[in-house]
Design a protein around this ligand. Structure first.
Ligand code: FAD
Ligand code: SF4
Length: 490
């Protein structure tokens, strides 16, 4: 029986009825949502221990029993990679944890990662029956995803997706972030000879150099990468496409299709007076030094500024990761400075909660307008301006408006600027025929993700600007499908 037939049988009316009859819906919907166990805030603020500890088996079984296995599971429509959510959740309810992990892997290359970092509150959980009809907290789909994926990783029997017969066609992936990894997995499943080229010495993109260990341990990412290696995907690190070799050169080596997933790793600054002072750096540099180069560990050569009064400018996940990293590096005061209010903050709700618990200060409706240095050219103060909210802008959020005459100065010996990123320009620069938007993102056909160069497809942050892990993965899967059709037709 293939997995499609198995799925049909499992989802039969009888199967559903059997499962439902075990527990009344009222009992399910009256069960309160589980709380994620966490390391205590006063301990974790100085350590790299993972903050969320994961559900116990008992907690997972109980939470899974809240799902009423809707005939029309709206949660799935909120998932960019269309995980069969009720199927994996019901497998957990029945105690079939490995089978639950198997279901996740049918559509997701990185379930242990997504279970930790996806904004489920805006995606699947926002579309859960509990949220839209019952006005109750959604089934904790993200916590359950992490539970099943971790269970499989810890069981020692990690299932490797089936790989089709080798077709001998070479395809190249440029960049090893979530988009590139998802693409590589799907193409390997179809029998392609896949090589991922990565500029850095580590595989994983932002998952390794951006998101800190206390949110996403590297060992978790490595298990998922090892599965891809077992599937036959090859990785070339320290290889900058456009410099080490151009796409044209790779074509002459026999590569028939290219997926550009080179991300948006170029930090933006605000171009305000004093921004070049010593002690002011981008969140990309700050986090890369700590996460990728191990600057927080004793005995490592990589230096990193360990400020006492650290200000982080911005309100996204990157800002939250930076400010919490500052605490772990020994800051006495770590403050978020954000020009809108808490409601407009793009960071995940959980990250804001964790940051507050750890003692981060939040200075809302404030904007830096100048940095002031000491006689050695080191930042010592920030001139701030108060803001108020005006009319909604293009993003739908109310835009910040400066309050005249409200300026004042605060002390800061380190400033981390986290006000957004731009796409990496190297690939567009080395391919003049590639159509690029005015923001520097690659232009693609939205249905196929094909660029203006027929054998080049693109997805993730290089197309969207800074977005999310799951959207990047969804693009990787979509591009794999389209490139397969393109290559088959040739
Ligand atoms: P990336 O992950 O950026 O990977 C691109 C890779 O391409 C990099 O490894 C880069 O070195 C490589 N590369 C670039 N140019 C070349 C070249 N010429 N040749 C070879 N390799 C090249 N999203 C969430 O969903 N949840 C979160 O909690 C979250 N937190 C985040 C925290 C931080 C600090 C940051 C920076 C981002 C966060 N995001 C989060 C966003 C998310 O990580 C990104 O949207 C996602 O990683 C984009 O994936 P990608 O594959 O497009 O690119
Ligand atoms: Fe279960 Fe919620 Fe999905 Fe319904 S919408 S199947 S309750 S997770």
């Amino acid at each position: 029986m293939n997995s499609e037939e198995y799925y049909k049988q499992e989802r039969s009316a009888q199967w559903r009825a059997d499962l439902r009859s075990k527990k009344k819906n009222k009992e399910r919907t009256d069960t309160p949502r589980v709380k994620m166990p966490e390391a205590p805030a006063d301990e974790r603020r100085h350590s790299y221990v993972e903050v969320n500890s994961g559900l116990s088996e008992a907690q997972a079984l109980r939470e899974a029993s809240r799902c009423i296995d809707c005939p029309n599971p709206t949660c799935v429509t909120g998932c960019p990679v269309e995980i069969n959510i009720p199927k994996f959740v019901k497998n957990i309810e029945r105690g079939n944890f490995l089978e639950a992990a198997h279901v996740l892997k049918e559509t997701s290359t990185l379930p242990a990662v997504c279970g930790r970092v996806c904004p489920q509150e805006k995606q699947c959980e926002a579309h859960c029956f509990y949220t839209i009809k019952l006005n109750k907290p959604a089934v904790a789909i993200g916590y359950l995803e992490r539970f099943a994926a971790d269970f499989e990783q810890q069981s020692g029997s990690v299932s490797i997706p089936e790989v089709g017969p080798a077709n001998g066609v070479k395809v190249a992936v440029i960049g090893s972030g979530p988009s590139g990894l998802a693409f590589a997995g799907d193409m390997a499943k179809r029998g392609y000879d896949v090589t991922v080229f990565e500029a850095l010495h580590e595989i994983g993109g932002v998952l390794k150099y951006g998101i800190p260990e206390f949110r996403l341990p590297n060992r978790v990412v490595d298990v998922e990468i090892n599965s891809l290696k077992t599937m036959g995907v090859q990785f070339e690190t320290n290889f900058i496409v456009g410099k080490t070799a151009t796409i044209d050169e790779l074509r002459t080596e026999g590569f028939k299709g290219f997926f550009v997933s080179s991300g948006a790793g170029l930090p933006r600054f605000m171009n305000i007076p004093g921004e070049n002072l010593v002690g002011i750096l981008s969140s990309n540099e700050y986090l890369t030094r700590v996460n990728l180069m191990g600057a927080f560990k004793n005995g490592m050569d990589t230096p990193v500024v360990k400020g006492k009064h650290v200000a982080v400018i911005g309100g996204g996940n990157t800002a939250m990761d930076s400010v919490r990293t500052a605490l772990r590096l020994g800051a006495e005061r770590a403050v978020i400075i954000y020009r809108r209010s808490l409601e407009e903050m793009p960071a995940r709700v959980e990250e804001i909660k964790h940051a507050k618990e750890e003692g981060v200060d939040f200075l809302m409706l404030h904007n830096p307008i100048e940095y002031i240095g000491d006689e050695k050219g080191r930042v010592k103060q920030i001139r701030l301006q108060k803001m108020e909210l005006g009319e909604p802008d293009a993003s739908g959020r109310r835009s910040p408006v400066a309050v005249e005459g409200s300026e004042y100065i605060i002390d800061a010996d380190t400033v981390v600027v986290s006000v957004g990123v731009s796409p990496n320009p190297l690939i567009p620069q080395s391919q003049p025929d590639l159509k690029v938007s005015r923001w520097g993102t690659l232009e693609v056909n939205p249905d196929t993700l094909q660029t203006s160069i027929p054998d080049l497809f693109a997805g993730g942050d290089i197309v969207r600007g800074g977005a999310t892990v799951i959207l990047a993965m969804g693009d990787g899967r979509k591009a794999a499908k389209s490139m397969n059709e393109y290559l088959m037709n040739r």
